[in-house]
Design a protein. Structure first.
Length: 176
């Protein structure tokens, strides 16, 4: 089923929430060779203001900032990961929409085509998951779905497949 990539991404994102080792890594350009150097130890001039003025800038990569605590909280990290998942699912939804629109525009289009049905099913599944992660955007997605399904020539029953997506009205209007 096409939902596996979404589940896989969710697993990776949740695994990314696990605590990681924070180690400082120092990056600078070697003044003698001009090459970029990375080290877990700072260069000899780092921290000495008089020597730092004439030396290349040192960038601390990863880990805590020197002399301070980490300012990101677990809630910040979780919000960032959720936003990443939402971006991924929205992108996937747009890809599926593009594929369905291209299929509709092609000669010999058949809405009963298994590939089209699979894309439609995946589109609905991604939209349902997206509604769970981003309930505030659900109403706008429902409006988009109504326009999309109308343009694709899909019957209103297709909207009824998603809870809270105006399915009751779609079923009533389909009944007459």
């Amino acid at each position: 089923m096409r939902i596996v990539p979404v589940v896989g991404v969710l697993a990776v994102v949740l695994a990314g929430l696990a605590p990681s080792a924070l180690a400082e890594l120092y990056r600078w350009r070697d003044p003698q060779t001009g090459t970029v150097k990375y080290s877990s130890y700072p260069p000899p001039w780092y921290g000495d203001e008089s020597r730092e003025a004439a030396a290349p800038k040192v960038e601390v990569v990863g880990g805590d900032k020197p002399g301070g605590k980490e300012t990101r909280t677990p809630a910040d990290e979780m919000a960032e990961k959720v936003a990443e998942v939402i971006r991924f699912m929205a992108q996937r939804r747009e890809q599926l929409l593009s594929r369905m629109t291209l299929a509709r525009a092609s000669a010999g289009f058949d809405s009963a085509d298994p590939a089209f049905k699979a894309d439609l099913q995946a589109y609905r599944a991604v939209t349902r998951e997206l509604d769970k992660f981003d309930p505030k955007g659900a109403a706008a997605r429902r409006r988009t779905d109504a326009r999309v399904f109308d343009n694709l020539g899909i019957e209103p029953e297709a909207l009824a497949a998603r809870p809270g997506a105006g399915g009751e009205r779609a079923r009533e209007s389909a009944r007459g």
